[in-house]
Each structure stands twice: as structure tokens, then as C-alpha cells.
Design a protein around this ligand. Structure first.
Ligand code: SF4
Length: 666
């Protein structure tokens, strides 16, 4: 199958670089002494090992977590292919190494390495890091240190890799500003090609002007954020705004006052991944994932992903069909995930799922659709998918326990609709429904959280009514809410963990006291302390970088893993670093901001208008909702005019059948 590729700028050519050493002969004897050694070996199906000397720009793509978490990263898989399709660019991958191997590597002088050629990460021209979660930042520092790359960007020279971060955490890269050279906002596909072209030119010039020259060229595009070219001013002690940012100023003529995000207008032009890598060790997802659209305009006020990926851009049904066929052929996977922020909202989701189910009926291929939409249509889809797969539990996400709470967060789910959907699911044969909620939302009371128990009891009753028995079950899964940048709740106070824990306990007590339902309801909640650190990093500024460094120097790594996370360490380091500066962990997390406060990310523009976000924040407090612009008209969030684009929606009326003849992907 020939999948279309995006138009590419001219390939870079020329300068041949000497190959770096292969570290594997030195690494191999150590692997028998560590846990899960296979994750460090490489050699996966579809891995690309290119001759080092034929590339001008050498990328190391890193996901700062263990292989089992990072390997399935869709972002990494896409950029790996986009870069390796270029003749003169090479991309390899690296993941966080576990502490057992890290200790041995330090003892034997072996640096952070890539999986493809086991080359030292420091030998690459660009280290591109996907920062998907706030708690991954200590692993970034660990990787830089293990690689022998100076921790602080200011200490790096022309021969050191450019450290570039993207991913959702890059929406506010200020807490890692001291450790990175460049941050990229938005879609990565075109960004990595543009960056490669600029770096190639610089390399071919003999790195003329040193590191500053290439950073200036990147900054001058207006789309690559170079933190070193900006100064941050803070209000002094004694001022009524003491501790707050008063200005973020460019200090280099090449740096714009505001940096814009990258946006792909036509997803069909970028049908990646075509040939994703098949892991050699067990990972969290083992399936072919096709992204069916990007962006979301439902307007849930807590959802950073929805806000920063606007506007909606759909991939057309026939391209999705080609991607799935091609991806399965290239990998041998037997599961397909149709991904997006709200997959049931694709304008052609019904024919897409029906035709995919038809195509793979009778084979071992099963389809999955991570969808949280609460309506009967979702049950139709689930039934379609279950035709050729397992009838697993269904998950819906009302997010807020009461109607009032759902108006505040703009999650327009009516409880009667939820019950009708549950009835349809039980009637169709499902016996277990999972409901996802958040706790600690702005404006929330204890009663709003306790009300979750009543919703779950109604779901169980619906199941018993439909099945005529008592086998219906409901699992309540709760996450602690963390306010995120570039959302209407970016000004909100984060609930302290004691409050969240008290409310969860109240919910558990209510479930337990309800003898008729308690055995059919399970409450799942993991503790709220990591959420405090997530909140600190999500809305932190450059001063928080010193906390991150102190935590890492104190031994903090793998903070996303409960067995490694230490709240005691984070709160101690935060107190040591922040209190002399007149701020604190609580100042960054549980403090409500006002309209005039300069937020650390105000100079980074993801397209959504700041005034629109503020008005939406005010509306939330009045329990006013806003409609989805796909169906209810534009609400002037500012994205489309600012980015000179529009919603890219179907239906196109195209079909998957007859099939496009299959040939191998390029
Ligand atoms: S500008 Fe209007 S149409 Fe475009 S994403 Fe925003 S609300 Fe929707």
C-alpha cells in the first residue's frame, strides 16, 4: 500500500559525520545483572538503523519513562517515521533506564544510549524529548546526567545536542526552562522537519556562530521557544503582588514577544505511523493505533488536551482504513485502537466502525474505541466493535457527580441520559459499567462528591431492572483534579489533598452504608499527593526548576511510579528552595490567580484567546455552559482566525470497501 506523504522541504545533504561507538559490547555483560534486560536490547521489528555517516542531522527521540510506558507512545512513533523517511536525517530512540542499570552504567562509565545502534545520546545533534506527564521531569534530568550532557542549557557548547521538548507539558515549559534549549508547542510532524532543516544548514556551515546562532535562527521562526532568550521579572517582597511574575521579556532580537504553536491543517497528508515498532518486551499497549481526529471542541473546562489541540481536524475514513490495513500488515498486531480525545464524535464513526468490523470479521483482529461519550449511540458502536472482539467493560466519564458540578465543568451530561445509556448497555449484554469522575474541582462541595454514590446506585438499579437479576456492577474510578495551563481553570485554586481525601472518604462511607448496592459498587482512588507535585510543575515558573533539580539531586527519579514517588522529598525540597524566595508549594498550587496576574505561559500562544478563557472561567462560576462549535456554532475561542484555519470535518461520504489494493508501505 502506498500511503501519501506530506510535501517535504528539500533534503539536506553533505557533511558526513564519523560514527559514534557502539556501546553494546560494554553494556551486554551488565544486562544479566538487571531486571527486565530485554528492554535495553533493541532489534524490534520495524526499527530503523541507518548508516550514521549518510545523515547530516542525527536525532535521538526520548520518552523519559521506562520502555514499557514509552515504547507505545504514539507521538514518538510518528516522529520516528517522519524523520527516518528523510534521506539525510536519522532518528533513534532512548528510554529511561531503571535505577539498577543506571547504577551499573555510572560504575562502568557507560552513558545513556539509544536502542537502535547503542550509540551515546550525547553524540546526537538533537535530543527530542516527549514530555507527556509532569512527573517525568526528574527522569529528563537523570537522562541528561547519564548522557553526560550538561544539565543546564547555559553550560552547553556547540558540540552538545540541542535539547528540544514537546508534548503536553511543553504547554508550560518554564519549570524546565533551565534544562532545555527549545520547546515546541502543538503538532510535532512539521516542526521536526523544520527544525532539522535549520540544524542541517547550521551543521553544514561548520556550526558557524556556535550554539547561539542556531538557536537564534530557530527563535526567529516564531515557532520555536528558546527560554534562554527571555528574562522573567518578579514583584519584590513587600509589593502587593510579591512573588508574582510582572513581565516576561525577550532579551534577544531574534526572539518574538509571543511564540506560536505548530498546527497541521490536513491530517490526511500525514498518515503516520505506517510501520510502528513492535516491542520486544511487554508494554502497556500492544496494538496498532490510528488517530482518527485531532482536537476537541466539546469545551470541558478541565481538559488541557481539548483546549490546546483545537481546532478539530478529522482524518478521512478511507485514509484511516488504509492506515489500519497497512499498520496490521507491518506489525502483525491483532488489536486496533481508533484514537482521539472523543472518538465517537468523528463525523463518520458509524460507517467507520461498521466497515472495519465487516472487513475483519472472522479474523483475529479486534477493534477498540476509547470513548467516554454518554449516549445510546455509544452502545451501538460498542456492539459493533464487540462483534469481533471481547465484550469488555464499558467506561463513561460524567466527570462531575452532580448536575451542578457538570455545569461548572461544562460536561453536559444529563443523569437521565446516563441511566438510559446504562440500560441500553445492560440490555445489550454488558454486566459491568465503569464511571470516571474527578474530585477537587473548582466550586465543588462535599455533597457533590457524595452524590457520585447515588449515580452509581442508579446505574446498578438500571442493570438489575434490565437483567432481572443482581449481577450488574458499577466501578467508580476517581482522579484528583489538577488545574492546567491554557484552560479556563488555569486561574483556579487546586484543592488541597486533605480536602480531596476527606471527600473521597465521605463517598466511600456513603457507598458502604447503602446495603442494597454496596456489594455491587467498587470505588477506586489512588492517593492525591502526586497530584500536588503535578500541580506545582503544571503551573510553575522558572523557580520551580530549582525544586526539580533539588529533588533529582536528592535521588528523585521515576516519580510517576508510586514505589519511587516521595511526597516527603518533594515538599522538603520545595520548602528549602521556594521559601527563601518568598513563595511556597501552596502558593503555586492552592492559590487562585486573578485576571491581571502574568501567568508563566502567557507568552506562549496555543491559539485559544486568553480573554475567552477568562470569560469561560467566570461563566463556570455562574454555572453557565458553552456549546460544542462543531454543532452549535462558533463561540469565538480565537483559534481558527488566529491560525488562519477552520474546523476540518466530514462527512466525506467515502467508504472503506471496496478495499484499496494492498501494497507494502513506503
Ligand atoms: S474559533 Fe470558533 S469554530 Fe474555531 S475552534 Fe474556536 S469556537 Fe470552534
Amino acid at each position: 500500500m502506498n500511503l501519501v506523504s506530506p510535501s517535504e522541504p528539500g533534503n539536506v545533504s553533505g557533511t558526513l559525520a564519523a560514527s559514534p561507538p557502539d556501546l553494546f559490547p560494554r553494556l551486554e555483560p551488565l544486562l544479566m545483572r538487571v531486571s527486565r534486560p530485554v528492554q535495553y536490547v533493541g532489534g524490534e521489528i520495524n526499527a530503523v538503523v541507518k548508516p550514521w555517516g549518510e545523515a547530516v542531522v542525527h536525532w535521538c527521540l526520548m520518552y523519559p519513562d521506562a520502555y514499557e510506558v514509552g515504547q507505545p507512545s504514539q507521538g514518538l512513533a510518528i516522529l520516528y517515521e517522519v524523520l527516518n523517511e528523510r534521506d539525510d536525517v536519522l532518528a533513534e530512540r532512548s528510554f529511561a533506564v531503571w535505577p539498577d542499570l543506571a547504577a551499573l552504567m555510572r560504575g562502568h562509565g557507560i552513558p545513556q544510549f539509544t536502542l537502535e545502534s547503542h550509540a551515546p545520546v550525547a553524540a546526537f545533534d538533537v535530543l527530542g524529548v516527549s514530555l507527556a506527564t509532569e512527573l517525568g521531569v526528574t527522569n529528563l534530568l537523570e537522562a541528561l546526567d547519564l548522557a553526560g550532557i550538561p544539565l543546564h542549557a547555559a553550560d552547553r557548547g556547540a558540540g552538545d545536542p540541542l535539547v528540544v521538548v514537546g508534548g503536553h507539558v511543553a504547554t508550560n515549559p518554564e519549570p524546565v526552562a533551565d534544562f532545555i534549549d527549545v520547546a515546541v508547542l502543538g503538532d510535532g510532524e512539521q516542526a521536526v522537519l523544520d527544525l532539522s532543516a535549520i540544524v542541517a544548514e547550521w551543521i553544514e556551515s561548520g556550526r558557524a556562530g556556535g550554539r547561539t546562532a542556531v538557536l537564534e535562527r530557530l527563535a526567529a521562526t516564531g515557532k520555536f521557544y528558546v527560554p534562554a532568550f527571555y528574562d522573567v521579572d518578579y514583584a519584590p517582597a513587600g509589593d502587593e503582588r510579591a512573588g508574582q511574575i510582572t513581565a516576561i521579556r525577550p532579551t534577544n532580537a531574534a526572539a518574538p514577544a509571543t511564540v506560536e504553536k505548530y498546527l497541521l491543517e490536513r491530517l490526511d497528508a500525514w498518515p503516520y505511523p505506517k510501520r510502528p515498532l513492535v516491542p520486544v518486551a511487554e508494554t502497556v499497549h500492544e496494538r496498532y493505533s490510528a488517530e482518527i481526529f485531532r482536537g476537541c471542541t466539546r469545551g470541558c473546562r478541565f481538559c488541557q488536551a481539548g483546549m490546546i489541540t483545537r481546532p478539530v481536524r478529522e482524518r478521512s475514513i478511507d485514509v484511516i482504513g488504509q492506515m489500519v490495513a497497512c499498520g496490521l500488515e507491518a506489525t502483525g498486531y491483532e488489536e486496533v485502537g481508533l484514537l482521539s480525545l472523543s472518538s465517537a464524535d468523528h463525523s463518520e464513526i458509524a460507517p467507520l466502525t461498521r466497515e472495519l468490523a465487516d472487513r475483519y470479521e472472522g479474523t483475529n483482529v479486534s477493534l477498540s474505541l476509547p470513548s467516554t461519550r454518554v449516549d445510546a449511540f455509544n452502545i451501538d458502536l460498542a456492539e459493533e466493535l464487540a462483534r469481533n472482539g471481547r465484550r469488555t467493560g464499558l467506561t463513561f466519564a460524567p466527570e462531575g457527580g452532580s448536575e451542578r458540578m457538570r455545569r461548572i465543568i461544562n460536561k453536559n451530561v444529563d443523569e437521565d441520559d446516563l441511566i438510559a445509556t446504562a440500560e441500553a448497555a445492560f440490555a445489550a449484554g454488558w454486566r459491568q459499567i465503569k464511571l470516571y469522575f474527578m474530585c477537587g474541582l473548582p466550586g465543588e462541595t462535599d455533597e457533590d462528591v457524595v452524590a457520585i454514590a447515588d449515580v452509581a446506585a442508579r446505574v446498578v438499579d438500571a442493570g438489575r431492572r434490565i437483567t432481572g437479576g443482581r449481577e450488574a456492577r458499577c466501578t467508580i474510578s476517581i482522579g484528583g483534579f489538577v488545574p492546567k495551563p491554557q484552560t479556563p481553570f488555569q486561574w483556579a485554586a487546586q484543592a488541597d489533598p486533605e480536602t480531596v481525601h476527606r471527600r473521597i472518604q465521605g463517598l466511600r462511607d456513603r457507598v458502604r452504608a447503602d446495603r442494597r448496592h454496596s456489594r455491587a459498587i467498587t470505588v477506586r482512588y489512588s492517593d492525591g499527593w502526586p497530584g500536588v507535585v503535578e500541580g506545582l510543575i503544571a503551573r510553575g515558573d522558572r523557580r520551580v526548576g530549582r525544586v526539580i533539580e533539588a529533588v533529582w539531586r536528592d535521588g528523585g527519579i521515576f516519580d510517576g511510579w508510586s514505589e519511587h514517588f516521595s511526597y516527603e522529598r518533594w515538599s522538603r525540597c520545595a520548602a528549602e528552595v521556594l521559601e527563601p524566595l518568598g513563595v511556597s508549594l501552596g502558593w503555586f498550587t492552592t492559590r487562585e490567580r486573578d485576571r491581571d496576574e502574568v501567568l508563566p505561559w502567557d507568552h506562549l500562544d496555543v491559539g485559544v484567546d486568553r480573554d475567552w478563557l477568562w470569560d469561560d472561567w467566570q461563566d463556570s462560576q455562574s454555572e453557565l455552559t458553552v456549546g460544542d462549535c462543531r454543532w452549535e456554532g462558533c463561540s469565538d475561542c480565537g483559534v481558527c482566525p488566529m491560525l488562519e484555519t477552520s474546523l476540518d470535518l466530514g462527512p466525506t461520504g467515502r467508504h472503506l470497501i471496496p478495499l484499496t489494493p494492498l501494497t507494502k508501505a513506503a
